[in-house]
Design a protein around this ligand. Structure first.
Ligand code: FE2
Ligand code: FE2
Length: 391
C-alpha cells in the first residue's frame, strides 16, 4: 500500500498548498492521500486558528481533490506529543506497514535532521521535497547528498514559485491576497472573522464557528441561548458584554469530547488538585477553559474563569462568572418549575440569584443521588455569607 502524507499547519490552507498536493499526487499511484493538519506545531509555533478550525478549512480546501483523500484529525486529537516520527509509527501500524511518502517543503528539508528522532523519520518514509528549480540545483542538492548518507530516500518535485504564505495572509496584506485562498476557505474566514486583528472579534467569531463544528444541534442552540441571556444580563449590570459572549460561546465547547480528552484537558487546566474527586459531569468547564487558553491563546482571566466555573461555581465568584452560571441555568430552552422565579431574581440582584440558583441545583443533584462537588459547596457558602445567613 502506498500512502502520501501531507502535513502542515494550514493556517489557513492556500492555493499553493492545493497545487503542491495535486502535484505530489501525480508522483505515483497512491492508494491513499492523507492531509494532516498539525496539532501544536513543533517546528512552526504560533498558529492563530485553533486545530479544529484549521481541520475544517483543510476539509474545505482539499476535500474535493479525489476520493482517496482523507483529512485526518490524528495530530489534534491524540494525546501523545506531536512529533512526525510518532505520526509515522501510527500510520505504519494502522495501515499494516505501508510505503509512506511524506510531502514536505524545501525549508522543512533543510531542517529535517534536527527533527525529533530524525533518523527514524528518514527510515520510515520516502521524502517528497518540493523545491523551485534553481533551489534544487544549489542548496538542496547539497542537503540531499548529506541526508542520503544517512540512508534517506529523497525525491525532489519541482514546483513553480509560490509568492505567498499563510503567515503573510495572517498579517493581513489587503484585498489582493484574497485570490490566494480557495473561495470556500475565504468565505468561512470572512463569515467568522477567524484572522481579525482585534482579539475579541477574532475570539468571538472563532468561538461561534467552533460551537457550530463541535457541538450537536441541541447543544449549539443551547449555547446561542446562553450567549443571548448572558449579553442581556451583562448589559443590565454594565459588564463587558463582548467578553461574556466569548465565554458563553465556549462554555460547553468540550461537551461532546471523549472522557479521555476531558480528563487530559481538565487535569492540565491548573485548578484541579484532586481530579478524582470531581464528578464527571463537571469536567467539561475546566476542559473548555484549557481549550480556550491552549487552542485559542485566550489569556483573559475573566473569560477563562467564567468558562471554568460554569459547571459548579466556586467560592468568591466574580460577576462575569455569575452571569454565565445563571445564563447557563436559566436560558430560553430550560424548563423547570422555579425557572421564572430565579430569572426574575437574576434581573434584580446577581448574588441573591446565585444563592437561590445554587440551592436549587444542589437539591436537584442530591435528589438524583449524585455527589455534590466541593466547589459548589464553597460557592454556596460564599453566597450564604453575602446573604448574611452564615458568618
Ligand atoms: Fe456546561
Ligand atoms: Fe451549558
Amino acid at each position: 500500500m502506498k500512502i502520501l502524507l501531507f502535513g502542515g499547519a494550514f493556517d489557513p490552507p492556500h492555493k499553493g498548498h492545493v497545487s503542491i498536493l495535486k502535484k505530489a499526487a501525480q508522483h505515483t499511484d497512491f492508494d491513499k492521500i492523507i492531509v494532516m493538519p498539525t496539532g501544536t506545531p513543533t517546528h512552526k509555533k504560533g498558529c492563530v486558528a485553533p486545530f479544529d478550525v484549521r481541520l475544517h478549512m483543510a476539509k474545505l480546501a482539499f476535500g474535493d481533490i479525489g476520493e482517496n483523500v482523507e483529512i485526518s484529525d490524528y495530530e489534534g486529537t491524540n494525546l501523545k506529543d506531536d512529533y512526525t516520527y510518532l505520526t509515522l509509527e501510527y500510520l505504519k501500524e494502522k495501515y499494516d506497514n505501508p510505503h509512506i511518502f511524506m510531502a514536505i517543503g524545501s525549508d522543512s528539508l533543510l531542517s529535517l535532521n534536527s527533527w525529533k528522532n530524525a533518523q527514524q523519520v528518514m527510515d520510515s518514509c520516502t521524502v517528497l521535497a518540493f523545491a523551485r528549480e534553481d533551489d534544487v540545483e544549489d542548496d538542496m542538492a547539497e542537503k540531499e547528498a548529506e541526508l542520503e548518507k544517512t540512508g534517506a530516500d529523497i525525491r525532489f518535485i519541482k514546483v513553480d514559485p509560490v509568492e505567498f504564505s499563510s503567515s503573510q495572509y495572517r498579517k493581513g496584506f489587503g484585498e489582493e491576497n484574497r485570490d490566494f485562498l480557495p473561495q470556500n476557505v475565504q468565505n468561512i474566514i470572512d463569515e467568522y472573522d477567524i484572522y481579525a486583528q482585534d482579539d475579541i472579534t477574532r475570539w468571538k467569531g472563532t468561538a461561534r464557528l467552533l460551537a457550530k463544528l463541535l457541538l450537536d444541534e441541541k447543544r449549539y442552540i443551547h449555547t446561542l441561548n446562553v450567549e443571548k441571556l448572558a449579553a442581556e444580563l451583562g448589559e443590565k449590570y454594565s459588564l463587558d458584554v463582548e467578553k461574556l459572549r466569548v465565554a458563553a460561546l465556549l462554555h460547553d465547547i468540550m461537551k461532546n469530547a471523549s472522557y479521555d480528552i476531558l480528563l487530559h484537558r481538565a487535569s492540565q487546566s491548573g485548578i484541579i488538585n484532586k481530579i478524582e474527586d470531581k464528578p464527571k459531569q463537571t469536567l467539561h468547564g475546566f476542559a473548555a477553559a484549557h481549550y480556550a487558553a491552549k487552542e485559542m491563546d485566550i489569556q483573559d482571566q475573566d473569560i477563562l474563569w467564567a468558562v471554568k466555573s460554569h459547571t459548579c461555581g466556586r467560592y468568591g465568584m466574580q460577576d462575569m462568572e455569575k452571569v454565565i452560571y445563571l445564563a447557563d441555568m436559566l436560558c430560553e430552552e430550560r424548563k423547570f418549575d422555579s425557572k421564572d422565579y430565579l430569572l426574575g431574581i437574576a434581573k434584580e440582584n446577581l448574588d441573591k440569584a446565585m444563592y437561590a440558583a445554587l440551592q436549587h441545583s444542589l437539591e436537584w443533584i442530591k435528589s438524583k443521588g449524585n455527589t455534590v462537588d466541593t466547589d459548589s459547596l464553597g460557592a454556596l457558602e460564599y453566597f450564604a455569607q453575602l446573604a448574611g445567613e452564615i458568618c
